[in-house]
Design a protein. Sequence first.
Length: 224
Amino acid sequence: MLPLIAPSILSADFAALGDAVRRLDEAGADMIHIDVMDGHFVPNLTFGPGMVRALRPHSALPFDVHLMIEPVAPYLEAFAEAGADTIHVHAEAGPHLHSSLQKIKALGKKAGVAINPATSPDVVGEVRELCDVVLVMSVNPGFGGQVFLDSQLRKIERLRAIVDEAGTGALIEIDGGVTPDNADRIVAAGATALVAGSAVFAGGPSAYAANIQALRAHASRALA
């Protein structure tokens, strides 16, 4: 199975997000990745549940909502009601990761654990039965356009073993610096979903389909 491609709208034209989401749907994306930042847990401000709700009518694709906020628990219900399909919470964002994942599942959504570059993958082992997705930050969170950290390849390999041992079928999703040039190495390490911002949005809407296809083609080399 080819890895899922989840374009991050952090790299889209904020003045035309609805149009961007529609065009990504038409271009063959598998998910829409939405980075929510609070200016506290990470040094940037982006979207809230109102934006997720506004975008929901523009696409039937799953909304992959990455909450880079602290505290996170008080906002889970709002993002679920706004139209999120998967909700990622950071292991570093509070003391009650297990409880947050339970709440996401109770809301009828897929639960994701996100971990920063310096965070050990072992934290995932403690909650692996609740994880539908593990989101590996392969850059320091907060801004798009950063360069992939090669050190995260070892982490992906370790997470692959943790997920396989659990037998849950959880996705391993990689977020940060993903390009056609490194997609094959990332997938070879064990990734099953790729978040891409600049690599998808470069060239504007007319290039979305070709950019997504290029990511898939390069990623597929690891599966040959």
